[in-house]
Design a protein around this ligand. Structure first.
Ligand SMILES: Nc1nc2c(c(=O)[nH]1)N[C@H]1C(S)=C(S)[C@@H](COP(=O)(O)O)O[C@H]1N2
Ligand SMILES: [Mo]
Length: 203
């Protein structure tokens, strides 16, 4: 009879062989909580999600309005730069690609800066957000997000290290120039592709 430790090691090895775990990452079954600063309190009366910058017209959604948007559910793997990966996480919310149809961006918009509570930011090329697996998620495993995991809304960008998946999202700024975000300014890689192991340093 195999003990749990050994079967987990076998599982990890199998997954690596399948090419599902990026270089330098180890699997976790837990759901670690990782962020800088305190967990913000959700103040529904004053909450808005704003779209601004290189858009034809600024727009914002209240929580009630935002919850009317059509949603999808995706199951995907996530990878944190500190070395943990988690397989088969299930998220639900509007697909960014659909949300993007609700306003017009100027042709100059090439980057998006996600703005979260307490001034946290993360920058991404618009192209990356337009992939078919990027969500403005409000549910995890069928339940509303826990406050520490980003309630009411967080970005989920599975194809980048998870620091780009800003929790407590409050705004999306469209920009003609790239603007390194919170961790990017602190020395994390600007692109953060786990498959290329872009952890630290700009390029
Ligand atoms: N607003 C905000 N979002 C954030 C962070 C943060 O510090 N502030 N940390 C990021 C990092 S480094 C990771 S790994 C994930 C962790 O998400 P989780 O706590 O739901 O696992 O959130 C990301 N989103
Ligand atoms: Mo992270």
């Amino acid at each position: 009879m195999q003990n749990d430790f050994l079967s987990r090691r076998d599982e990890e090895k199998r997954m690596k062989e399948e090419g599902r775990i990026p270089p330098g990452q180890a699997l976790t079954q837990k759901f670690p909580v990782l962020h800088y600063g305190p967990v913000p309190r959700f103040d529904e009366a004053n909450w808005k999600l704003r779209v601004f910058g290189e858009v034809e017209q600024e727009k914002s959604w209240t929580w009630a309005e935002f919850q009317q948007l059509p949603t999808i559910r995706i199951t995907t793997d996530i990878h944190c730069v500190t070395g943990w990966s988690k397989f088969d996480t299930t998220w639900e919310g509007p697909l960014f690609r659909d949300f993007f149809k609700l306003f017009d961006v100027k042709p100059s918009a090439q980057y998006v800066i996600a703005h979260a509570e307490h001034g946290f930011t993360a920058n991404l090329p618009l192209d990356v957000l337009l992939e078919d697996d990027v969500l403005l998620a409000w549910k995890y495993n069928g339940e509303y997000l826990d406050p520490e995991h980003g309630f009411p809304v967080r970005l989920v960008v599975p194809q980048r290290y998870f620091w780009k998946s800003a929790k407590w999202l409050r705004g999306l700024e469209f920009s003609s120039e790239d603007k390194p975000g919170f961790w990017e300014q602190a020395g994390y890689h600007n692109e953060g592709d786990p498959w290329q192991e872009q952890r630290y340093g700009r390029r």
